[in-house]
Design a protein around this ligand. Structure first.
Ligand code: MOS
Length: 702
């Protein structure tokens, strides 16, 4: 394995709309997802969950369950295998009698069929002792300052004298904004097929098909807990039906499958988490409360920005959403302050959901900017133009490319922004109030270290290119094929790409919009090393393996993507119903490697932002501690009839400073700012300012 300083690669396939290389497998139903793989005669696993939010398991009576036909095994904390390392309290299930949240796994049932396992689980009698608990995020209730916010950022920042700047400002906007709990809800629920056997050296081995955004991450997390070396855990995820972050790290159900499989004498275990169980076990976005104070001169130039966040984590494991982090770099202001405070609640563990931090934080900041534009009598695009920073306000570094103003200009032209009446509640079309709004989007460009790729020559000028990354439906397989082809200087037909298996070289998670940048750079490194090692006309069977090392660009430049989101909203005058006939995002994301799959990502992000704006809200009952909206009938996700005109485009751009492909990552930026653009458009339509998601109809009634 060699560390390679990559050279930029010339676009040949990159930039062209290569059809998804796995399209035929998917549309013909041959693509196998985690619960689809043949594995002998697997035993079905069903989860038994706690019914109290905090307390302990007093006893588990499994007699009736064991007597049920087809039931093989019932595991609880008294008879489950012991873990070598139980520090991760989310994953360390059945190790003691403690209950940390309602819905936590307290027993497992294995049976010949799913039906028998489910009935067996119903027959397990769990006696629980309830203790007082807290499950509500309240204004002013969050008290503790975590050591850092995701991913390893400062919790608090302070530059200049915010209070003095606010006192001296001509215009001040001071408001509180709220975003609700949200659950990720990928199309494919979480699932795992797992079995144990012995490898050629006589060592124990756990093999899993897991619906995961990162197979190496699953093996890395599970192996030490199971007392194994990482290479004793093999994880594969050839096809994954989305994750939105909820499959970015293994949750407790993955450990449940691994533990249960230790008891079967090598027979495989299959667990398909139900949609309802996903609302308790597989991660969610914390609710947030954002206190914003913006101070500006009369001409709209910001002098002070303060963003104080209250949100929640779980008592058993900390996750601190980085809600105020985009506020630190978005606009120029001499005085700035951000902070995050958490309430530690007896609830399920929050986690990543598409653009954690940026999504809720930019909702707050971008609605506040709309309010500031109004207070200054400025067009909201002009306000943003006046507050463009010369350099990254947080680091002082120059941006590689920050073309936000161009995104607004292009969007304004395409959207017809100039025709927008300047005042709110000015346009009525029959029974509908009509308005338009904008918001900025941003997302950091991330490149993860530690990725390795391998290139091997085959016959006929073909190459096998291997990396243990996962395509969760984004088009990563297709895009990596294009990158490999361009890096080797061959057509895409000559590339055989292998992914999604821990037996392939190390790859980081499909998360943080970092996949293409991280894995693609490793592939370029391996391809360039292959040419150095073996030339342009190699014999079959020659190999090179490499990782990409970066220069000091990250110390010299700030790498972020940007976008401008435009929304038209119609609000029914009598019912308050919201419709969004037009949504447009214009993005500056570096080079777009595949316009078809990129457009899908951006349209998907915009649609998810629309869904957050209008519908998505998980309701937790503070009396019991669980989420009551635990299906797609009560947790509304935007569906086809809600999504009218959604369009995405991007500026012609490239950033060879960031990756040898010139790309920067596109998975998450589409959701950022979108809900704010819709809220701002709803204000423009009706004159009603809503500072809380989702924008339900009742808020627009007289
Ligand atoms: Mo994404 S929430 O970083 O998987």
């Amino acid at each position: 394995m060699t560390d390679v300083r990559t050279d930029p690669i010339a676009p040949r396939s990159m930039g062209t709309p290569l059809a998804r290389v796995d399209g035929p497998e998917k549309v013909t139903g041959q693509a196998r997802y985690a619960a689809d793989h043949p594995a002998g005669e697997p035993l079905a696993l069903w989860l038994v969950q706690s019914s109290v939010a905090r307390g302990r398991v007093v006893s588990v009576d499994a007699e009736a369950a064991r007597e049920h036909p087809g039931v093989h095994t019932v595991l609880d904390h008294t008879n489950a295998p012991r873990l070598g390392d139980a520090d991760d309290a989310e994953l360390a299930i059945l190790q003691d009698d403690r209950i940390g949240f309602r819905g936590q796994i307290v027993a497992l049932v294995l049976a010949d069929t799913v039906e028998a396992a489910r009935e067996g689980a119903r027959l397990v009698r769990v006696e629980e002792e309830a203790e007082p608990f807290e499950a509500e995020l309240r204004d002013g209730g969050a008290t503790y300052r975590p050591e850092q916010v995701n991913p390893a950022k400062e919790t608090d920042t302070e530059t200049g004298d915010v209070d003095a700047a606010l006192a001296a400002a001509d215009v001040v906007v001071e408001q509180t904004y709220r975003t609700p709990y949200e659950h990720n809800n990928p199309l494919e629920p979480h699932a795992t097929t797992a079995w144990w056997d012995v490898d050629g050296d006589g060592r124990e081995r756990l093999t899993m098909y897991d619906s995961s955004q990162g197979v190496h991450g699953v093996a890395t997390a599970l192996a030490p807990m199971l007392g194994l070396a990482k290479d004793q855990v093999r994880v594969m995820a050839p096809y994954v039906g989305g994750g939105f972050g909820s499959k970015g790290q293994p949750h407790a159900h993955v450990m449940a499958a691994a533990l249960a499989a230790t008891t079967t004498g090598g027979r495989a275990v299959r667990l398909a988490v139900t949609r309802q169980q996903m609302f308790a076990l597989t991660g969610y976005r914390t609710a947030t409360i954002s206190h914003l104070r913006l101070g500006a001169a009369a001409d709209g130039r910001l002098t002070a920005i303060e963003h104080r966040v209250e949100e929640q984590t779980s008592r058993i494991k900390e996750f601190a959403e980085q809600t105020a982090s985009p506020t630190r770099m978005m606009y120029a202001a001499p005085s700035r302050r951000t902070s995050h405070r958490l309430a530690r609640l007896d609830v399920a563990v929050p986690s990543w959901m598409r653009a954690p931090g940026e999504m809720p934080g930019m909702f707050a900041h971008e609605v506040a900017m709309d309010e500031l534009a109004l207070a200054c009598g400025l067009d909201p695009i002009e306000l943003r133009r006046r507050n463009e920073p010369e350099t990254d306000p947080e680091t002082g570094l120059p941006f590689d490319t920050r073309r936000l103003v161009e995104c607004f200009e292009r969007g304004a032209e395409r959207f017809g922004w100039a025709e927008r009446p300047p005042s709110a509640r000015a346009t009525r079309d029959g029974e509908w109030w009509v308005g338009c709004g904008v918001a900025s989007a941003t997302y950091p460009a991330m490149r993860m270290p530690g990725n390795v790729a391998r290139v091997e020559s085959l016959d006929d000028g073909c190459y096998e290119v291997s990396i243990g990354s996962v395509d969760i439906g984004t088009g990563a397989r297709t895009v990596l094929t294009q990158i490999a082809a361009d890096a080797l200087g061959v057509t895409t037909h000559r590339i055989e790409l292998l992914v999604a298996d821990t037996s392939l070289p190390m790859a980081t998670v499909a998360g943080g919009s970092s996949g293409t940048s991280s894995w693609g750079s490793a592939i370029v490194a391996a391809a360039q090393q292959f040419r150095i090692d073996h030339g342009t006309d190699p014999e079959p069977g020659l190999r090179s393996e490499a990782s990409a090392v970066r220069g000091d660009e990250a110390e010299r430049y700030s790498f972020h993507s940007f976008g401008a989101v435009f929304a038209e909203v119609r609000v029914h005058a009598d019912t308050g119903e919201l419709r969004v006939p037009r949504l447009l995002g214009v993005y500056n994301v570096g080079r777009v490697i595949n316009p078809t799959t990129a457009r899908s990502q951006l349209l998907g992000g915009l649609t998810m932002g629309l869904s957050a704006a209008l519908f998505e809200e998980s309701v937790r009952d503070p009396r019991f501690g669980h989420v009551v909206t635990q299906d797609l009938a009560t947790y509304h996700v935007a569906s086809h009839a809600d999504v009218l005109g959604v369009e995405a485009e991007w500026l012609d751009d490239e950033t060879p400073l960031f990756t040898p492909m010139g790309s920067r990552g596109i998975g998450e930026i589409g959701i950022v700012g979108t809900a704010a653009a819709i809220a701002n458009a709803a204000y423009h339509a009706t004159g009603v300012r809503v500072r809380e998601l989702p924008l339900t109809a009742d808020r627009f009634l007289e």
